[in-house]
Design a protein around this ligand. Structure first.
Ligand SMILES: C[S@@+](CC[C@H](N)C(=O)[O-])C[C@H]1O[C@@H](n2cnc3c(N)ncnc32)[C@H](O)[C@@H]1O
Length: 519
């Protein structure tokens, strides 16, 4: 028996391409695909009737990908729109992400002009109507509707899929582009040191060149997203909600010195002091000269200094309250293998873990050495009875991971390790999810991340800047000077313009009033 060529096995026109060890098979009209190990496909081509391959054949049949598969029931298939696509109603055009083209701010986007008939078909698609009904309503015959849809289902466009059933409410298949795994962004080599440790001093001193747009276009923080009065925070801005939460816990003194380490654009400082100056002097310490200039424009009270939070130019016991929001993942993280530490930083990290009675993870994993240094510095500068508050994205019972989507490396904080280091320095610690500390209403809706990235790219293409806020769809639409359809809302437990708040933790550290026995 001669071995069948792939064309004898797969439906005519099926697109195939290799992605690592996988082969992607893409139906040319439905826009649906399957990803299989290339060895499985080779076995299927060599032995199409092999009974062990029945589950694979069944899956391929459901997607109509095999020569022998049943024909798609065209009239009954339901066209479903990709959640990444926006409609520009005034121009009869779609606004589409370009597969394979992704940078720190998201996908590159392009406009796709629709013919009048294609525009009518698109307008009648609602993720529930079968193609025959869409065709009727658009005033075209089924074959025309089918071929217009086929223009939008190619791997290069990915605006539409023809499915046998309506999508589930959070159907990830419509929220991602295929075969475009989010690649780690290219980063300059000097952001990591010789032992693989992250070193962002250069990045903060010189790499941030536009403080006004940095947190809108390059890295958005939770505080920046929630920098406007927000319903999830009872109508408060993030900084004000934090001030109130820490005040309720008795951590905010009436006077003295408050130091904020790493202030970004000064959102937190500005909201904290929204009622004007108080007896509490607000000192901003930041490593970025550009961001210090931006803060000076936005924050009327207190003052800022260029300083490294891990080496503050402050006297021992001189600080009443220190806060640092979303900074510690920027501090040095070091890859450490406890069985074979291969750098001075790794040996120092191991020594600190041992001193704090932390059992290191086995194998080579990240250790948040810079965050440990900051905690040591906090223990030095806090006055007895003083407090510090930190927040960052973190992991509870696994080794920290690096966030790969930014233009610089940031490493999640190991929640318990940081707490153990703080205790080792004589501080008491309480840990809780950030959303819980702030009493956030996580059911509040926001514009989804894909919609946000699309609309921001659209605004940029028209020379407009959009602040990266945790907008509701309605507020964003009202803000836009052009009309756009297809913006989707998701709750705060889902990805929106800012990082996922449910990944964030809060550490409250207190220095005892009376030194512990033996100190
Ligand atoms: C991710 S941003 C967070 C900004 C702000 N706190 C917010 O939540 O929007 C990190 C900030 O910390 C500053 N930073 C980074 N490393 C620092 C260090 N070692 N010492 C002081 N500031 C630092 C950066 O310049 C930037 O302002």
């Amino acid at each position: 028996m001669t071995e069948p060529a792939p064309d004898d096995v797969f439906q005519l026109g099926v697109r195939q391409w290799r992605d690592g060890d996988d082969l992607v098979l893409w139906h040319p009209v439905t826009g649906r695909h399957v990803r299989l190990h290339h060895g499985t496909v080779a076995r299927l081509c060599a032995h199409p009737g092999d009974p062990r391959l029945k589950p694979v054949r069944d899956r391929l049949d459901r997607l109509h990908l095999l020569r022998s598969s049943p024909r798609p029931p065209w009239d009954a298939l339901i066209p479903c729109r990709s959640r990444l696509v926006l409609t520009l109603p005034d121009e009869a055009a779609l606004w589409l992400p370009v597969p394979g083209f992704r940078g720190p701010g998201g996908y590159g986007y392009r406009a796709l002009q629709l013919s009048p008939a294609a525009h009518r078909v698109w307008q009648h698609i609602n993720d529930a109507r079968p193609l025959s009904e869409v065709a009727d309503r658009a005033g075209v015959d089924l074959l025309t509707a089918q071929s217009l849809c086929a223009l939008l289902t190619t791997p290069e466009v990915q605006a539409l899929q023809l499915r046998p059933t309506p999508p589930r409410p959070r159907d990830l298949g419509l929220e991602r582009l295929v075969d475009v795994p989010r690649p780690p962004n290219a980063r300059p080599p000097h952001l990591t040191g010789p032992a693989g440790e992250t070193t962002l001093t250069w990045y903060h001193l010189h790499g941030i060149d536009d403080g006004e747009t940095h947190f809108d276009d390059r890295e958005t923080t939770v505080a920046h997203g929630l920098g406007l009065p927000h319903p999830a925070l009872g109508g408060l801005r993030y900084g004000a909600a934090l001030r109130d939460a820490l005040t309720r816990r008795g951590l905010v003194p009436e006077g003295g010195l408050l130091v904020e380490v790493g202030c970004g654009t000064g959102e937190l400082a500005a909201a904290w002091q929204e009622h004007g100056p108080s007896k509490l002097h607000y000192l901003r310490a930041d490593l970025s000269p550009e961001l210090l200039r931006t803060q000076a424009r936005r924050v009327p009270h207190g003052h800022g200094i260029l300083a490294d939070g891990t080496r503050l130019p402050l006297r021992d016991g001189s600080v009443d309250l220190l806060v640092s929001n979303e900074v510690i993942a920027d501090l040095q993280a070091v890859p450490v293998d406890p069985a074979a530490p291969d750098s001075d930083a790794a040996r120092e990290a191991l020594a600190l873990l041992h001193a704090a009675r932390i059992t290191p993870f086995a194998g080579r994993t990240w250790v948040n050495l810079g965050a440990f240094h900051l905690v040591a510095e906090i223990a030095r500068v806090l006055r007895p009875g003083g407090a510090a508050w930190l927040s960052e994205f973190g992991v509870l019972d696994e080794p920290p991971q690096e966030a790969v989507q930014l233009d610089h490396p940031e490493v999640a904080i190991q929640v318990d390790h940081l707490a153990a280091i703080a205790r080792h320095h004589g501080l008491s610690v309480s840990i809780e999810p950030l959303a819980e500390l702030l009493g956030m209403d996580l059911t509040v809706q926001q514009v989804s991340r894909p919609s946000w990235e699309a609309v921001r790219a659209l605004a940029h293409s028209r020379g407009l800047r959009l602040p990266a806020r945790t907008w509701s769809v309605e507020a964003l639409r009202a803000h836009l000077p052009f009309s756009v359809e297809g913006l989707r809302a998701v709750p705060l437990t889902d990805e929106g313009p800012a990082p996922l708040v449910t990944r964030f933790w809060s550490w409250t550290l207190r220095r005892p009033k009376v030194p512990a026995h033996g100190d």
